[in-house]
Ligand binder design. Sequence first.
Ligand code: AMP
Length: 434
Amino acid sequence: MNFSDLGLEPELLRAVADKGYDTPTPIQAQAIPAVLSGRDVLAGAQTGTGKTAGFVLPLLQKLGKAAGRAPRVLVLSPTRELTAQIADSARAYGRYKDLRTLVIFGGVSERPQIDGLRSGCDLLVATPGRLLDLVEQRYADLSQVQHLVLDEADRMLDMGFIHAIKRIVKLLPQQRQNLMFSATYSEDIRALASRMLRDPVSVEVAARNTTAERVDQVAFRVTKEDKRHLLVHLFNTGATGEGSWHQALVFTRTKHGANRLAQQLEGAGIRAAAIHGNKSQAARVRALEDFKTGRIAALVATEVASRGLDIKELPQVVNYELPNVPEDYVHRIGRTARAGATGRAVSLVAPDEAGLLRDIERTMRQSVPVLPTPAFERRVPAGPPDRGPERGFNRPNASPPNRGGSAPRPAGPGGRPVSQSRRFGPSRRSRSAS
Ligand code: AMP
């Protein structure tokens, strides 16, 4: 099957060809004709499946060309990053069409967004909170919305957006098309779907865990205190003989933990930045850009900040701490192995996280091999207490890793772990400041 079989118009086919896609992903093959037919759609799909094009392409076609000032398509999405990425996709897929896309999210000045609403748009992509603010101040007119998309609906509910969503939906015309995308189907999601959708077409992409199956997953057992040392070792030598890591997206559970780990990595000579909800939008954008352009090697992120991050060729995802919710693990490792590529997810599992790993394995119906923990040195200073969320990551390293001291321990052949007996490294010789 190719894109021209799906009923898309030439302008859109051209933009798709520009992007270099030749085959629709399974979700696109199912969702595009369903959306074009005008039916409501309930789609079980997570980021990485190509779902964005699955709703953006047919909606651009349905919009025709620019008309009026009030938006006719409204896409609600949980995070700033995802919102910006959907808008970028809409602009890219709509480049041969005369349509206006506007993006609205919190954490930045309202002024340009108000100006954007005044000049008019056809497609509005927004986070619910900021949109509601602007609606209440009467800047946003939602009376012309004909197509509503709830993207990552499960995540929006997790983030407490249900009231904002309900209030926004009340302002929309009754007659409209509704599309809902969700990676998981909780009771709350089912309830929202039955309230929102009329006789929906259900679109499910094969197994829920197709992404997970394409990711080479491994775990290492390590104490909480030793995680940072092992992580630095993995950066320097690789996890299973692949050689040193060029880049990795590293997940922590807390914002504070993300800041601290980014500092510790920098202290060990690995350029790093943290990305989480307490960072200003400018800092988040800059961190993401620096990661995409390769200026930093480690992007340390919390769950929420990671949603929808679209980073091409991301070979490694590290679960520095396991998430409490197994579905979040699937989301996290979905950052690698996007759109057909394969990738690797490495989990560092402390003794008190063993139960979480079991829950994850049960949910995925797949086991995660636990590899022998390689020998590593404890050379990473604990670092000062958290210096706050806005610490610049562009500063030169405060403490180069090997200054006047031992060179990194050479890995075994091909960077493979050396021996089990030295698994926790020679702690007495360690120069660690911890
Ligand atoms: P999404 O799940 O919408 O976040 O998309 C995941 C990634 O897949 C993005 O980088 C898209 O640019 C890419 N992508 C979407 N559709 C296709 C396709 N048909 N072929 C190849 N890549 C795609």
